[in-house]
Write a protein that binds this ligand. Structure first.
Ligand code: OGA
Ligand code: MN
Length: 214
């Protein structure tokens, strides 16, 4: 991602600055403590409450795909978060997110006009096979975000890592594995980085979404 011009007449946010410089140099960024632990735990409770109320739907991968095949590709259940009907804690999440969006637009002229976010729950034994976050005839998704809400004792043996496949030198591919620990946020170029959710050995909780150009 290329920065055209950096305005400096507003307060610098160190975490946001890290995200921007990572995006410019490597097309992705992983930051911890994007939101404070108390809010993360409230968001987790909120996700679990919605799930118990049966409000989640099996995630799809395209309208014509056979359900059995779809389940082998992608095992998560999702619930879209309506920006207009948010709970108090969801409002906190969007406040922080919109601050980041405003910062990105101000400093990088990204032109993000729209966001869409959903809760996601990957039941034990599921993942999401290698893919790109773009649809045919839709290049509006600019940046993908995953924000993890797993329990604090999530460990590497619980699986569920996000694998980012980066173009390396001499066309060799480099794999970055990101453990989905609570409070961690991953942001990456939707159209550029193929990625995969490795099988989780325990229910895996997150908020996932996209920053779009329209
Ligand atoms: C997705 C996705 C990554 C993650 O929902 O498209 O790739 O770590 N999620 O949850
Ligand atoms: Mn994806």
């Amino acid at each position: 991602m290329a920065a055209l011009y950096r305005e400096m007449d507003f307060e610098l946010d160190p975490l946001f600055e890290t995200i921007i410089s990572d995006l410019m140099t490597q097309d992705y960024s992983v930051v911890d403590h994007f939101i404070d632990p108390k809010t993360v735990s409230l968001l987790r409770n909120s996700l679990l409450a919605h799930f118990e109320e049966d409000r989640f739907k099996k995630a799809a991968i395209g309208s014509k795909t056979n359900e059995v095949i779809a389940a082998a590709i992608r095992g998560d259940y999702i619930l879209w978060i309506d920006e207009k009907v948010q709970t108090q804690v969801e409002t906190l999440f969007f406040k922080r997110l919109n601050d980041l969006v405003a910062y990105l637009n101000r400093t990088c002229f990204l032109g993000i006009l729209q966001t869409e976010f959903h809760y996601a729950l990957y039941p034990t034994g599921t993942g999401y096979k290698r893919h790109l976050d773009s649809f045919q005839n839709d290049n509006k998704r600019k940046l993908s975000i995953a924000f993890y809400l797993n329990f604090e004792d999530w460990s590497q043996t619980d699986g569920g890592a996000l694998a980012l496949y980066l173009e390396g030198d001499q066309s060799e591919e480099q794999t970055i594995l990101v453990n989905p620990i609570a409070g961690r946020m991953v942001i990456f170029e939707s159209q550029k980085i193929p990625h995969e959710v490795l099988i989780a050995h325990r229910d895996r909780l997150s908020i996932t979404g996209w920053l779009k150009t329209s």
